[in-house]
Design a protein around this ligand. Structure first.
Ligand code: OAD
Length: 231
């Protein structure tokens, strides 16, 4: 293919081999924790200490994890591809940037960022956050993780749809296709003229929206695909 723009959507499956659990696979996070108790604005209003505790623990896990061969391969693709490569991640870990990807959008937020629910100021999150922490800008004790919860609008939607419209290729990696709007990106990219490719352990819920698919662990299928792309 020519060196057109590539948009890559990643999900929990790309970080699975770094030791971070996925959400909906057997033994996944949402099997052990009720998402209504930790991942909604209502849960935070009801019990902020519980919600902070959940994200403090995930922040600790993410800090201990290291990027794997799939994250590394995407960073290589960004460096070596003549067109633009944009990674849109649903993941809240920072393994893409630690692998060297720079053109990156965290559509579901990031564990390493904090946000003030009052004034919307954002800053680097400390390792442990608590409900009484004051916002460094307005001093209100209303700090929260910069995480997009169910019922909230994902970040960067305008930039993402602009990139999908200019993409020649859309690739989804390690995502089940269960959560919208991300699950609708393949159909949208295809409607706008891009070729679509799925790289996942198993066929996703939206496999019908892809022109091609390769199924297997991300640490194998992603480096193989990147090697082919870079020739
Ligand atoms: P899911 O847990 O829904 O899906 C993970 C996908 O990764 C599945 O399709 C698996 O087959 C695949 N997978 C597992 N191990 C893999 C491996 N080693 N290599 C490649 N693929 C593998 O996770 P997401 O699709 O990321 O949102 O979930 C989307 C959103 O739902 C998350 O961002 C999160 C969650 O609730 C919020 O919290 C807002």
């Amino acid at each position: 293919m020519s060196a057109g723009n590539i948009v890559i959507l990643t999900g929990a499956g790309i970080s699975a081999e770094s030791g971070l659990g996925t959400f909906r696979d057997k033994g996944g996070l949402w099997e052990n924790v009720a998402l209504e108790e930790v991942a909604t604005p209502e849960a935070f209003a009801r019990d902020p200490a519980r919600v902070h505790g959940f994200y403090n623990s995930r922040r600790k896990g993410a800090a201990r994890a290291a990027p794997n061969a799939a994250h590394d391969a995407l960073a290589r693709l960004e460096r070596g591809w003549a067109g633009e490569v944009l990674v849109v991640t649903q993941n809240v870990d920072n393994l893409h940037s630690r692998a060297g990807t720079t053109n990156l959008l965290h559509m579901h937020g990031a564990l390493h960022r904090a946000r003030c629910a009052g004034c919307d100021h954002k800053w680097d999150a400390p390792a442990v956050m608590a409900p009484e922490d004051p916002c460094p800008s307005c001093a209100a004790p209303s700090t929260r993780p910069d995480i997009v919860w169910f019922g909230e609008m994902p970040h960067h939607m305008h930039e993402i749809f602009t990139a999908l419209a200019a993409a020649e290729l859309f690739v989804a990696i390690g995502t089940s296709g269960a959560v919208y709007p991300a699950a609708g990106f393949a159909a949208e990219a295809r409607r706008l003229g891009a070729r679509t490719l799925e790289l996942n352990l198993a066929p996703s819920d939206v496999i019908c929206d892809f022109d091609d698919a390769r199924h297997g662990p991300a640490t194998r299928v992603v480096p193989d695909w990147v090697a082919e792309m870079l020739g």
